[in-house]
Design a protein around this ligand. Structure first.
Ligand SMILES: NC(=O)c1ccc[n+]([C@@H]2O[C@H](COP(=O)([O-])OP(=O)(O)OC[C@H]3O[C@@H](n4cnc5c(N)ncnc54)[C@H](OP(=O)(O)O)[C@@H]3O)[C@@H](O)[C@H]2O)c1
Length: 258
């Protein structure tokens, strides 16, 4: 492995925005560790795509909704960094893993709220803690590193049916500011990228031309978004040119619902 390449960890990178980000960061010179929850075959494809760009890559399983799995993952990550990446530290953490829930105030159950919280808030919190401020051992992210949390445009505009999901992402925005303050003395930047609607499995409209057109009509730039549109913004945010940007929520929506 090349020990001078920057190293990124991206959760939920077997598909969607996570995969596109992994490939974009590899294109820009990063080695990349990706996580997957239930699609090891897709994760292997992401790894191959990164390796074909001449960068080192590896995949680890992670279900960030399970507290015990985050601890297991952090141990496995530490071992992987020592054994396969020459003792390197992460330079980039992208907290990307997530899912949506289409329920309203009238229909959301306690179980839906718990599931959303477990992945989008507790999972993001405990994983970042395990990597940036572990109770034992040195931090797994280097001083001067960059953390990007995935938020959503839904914290600015309203789509009926997304209130519970959007509220969890609102919490991520709050955590971003607090972590930027706490980790700032170590030179670690923390930001939120808030995508508008993006054509991935998450949103359930892959290949649906009618939905694509609806979103295009509501977007200043006049088209709907693909995962690569978000990947480019995330990648630009972790570059040295963005070194003075921290604690920000940056919307990447092409100007949706202005
Ligand atoms: N697509 C949009 O319109 C949109 C808009 C705004 C924000 N976002 C946010 O962007 C992020 C990526 O979404 P996407 O659109 O790329 O969705 P996607 O294509 O469905 O990918 C989601 C990824 O997250 C993983 N994942 C889900 N729950 C997990 C958990 N509990 N633990 C670990 N991994 C988990 C999935 O793993 P498996 O496939 O292996 O299960 C998958 O790799 C999410 O945080 C989402 O909330 C998406």
């Amino acid at each position: 492995m090349n020990d001078i390449s920057p190293l990124a960890l991206i959760t939920g990178a077997n598909r969607g925005i996570g995969r596109a980000t992994a490939i974009e960061l590899a294109r820009q010179g990063h080695d990349v560790i990706v996580t997957y929850r239930s699609h090891p075959d897709e994760a292997a494809e992401t790894v191959s795509a990164i390796e074909s760009l001449g960068r080192a890559a590896a995949a680890l399983p992670l279900d960030s909704a399970q507290v015990a799995d985050i601890a297991r993952f952090a141990d496995d990550l530490r071992t992987m960094l020592e054994q396969s990446f020459g003792g390197a530290h992460l330079d980039v953490l992208v907290n990307n893993a997530g899912f949506g829930a289409d329920t309203t105030l009238a229909t959301t159950t306690a179980e839906v709220l718990d599931d959303l919280y477990a992945t989008h808030v507790r999972g993001v919190y405990l994983l970042t803690q395990a990597i940036a401020t572990p109770s034992e051992g040195v931090p797994l992210i280097a001083d001067g590193g960059s953390i990007v949390n995935l938020g959503t445009g839904l914290t600015r505009f309203v789509h009926v049916g997304r209130d519970a999901y959007a509220a969890m992402k609102g919490a991520v925005g709050v955590l971003t500011a607090y972590w930027a303050q706490e980790l700032g003395p170590r030179g670690i930047r923390v930001n939120t990228i808030a995508p508008g609607p993006v054509e991935t499995h998450f949103s359930g409209w892959v290949g649906n031309e009618q939905v694509r057109q609806v979103f295009a009509d509501g977007t200043a730039l006049g088209r709907s978004a693909a995962a690569e549109d978000i990947a480019g913004v995330i990648a630009s945010l972790v570059q040295p040119g963005a070194a003075w940007v921290t604690a920000q929520r940056i919307e990447a929506s092409g100007g949706y619902r202005l």
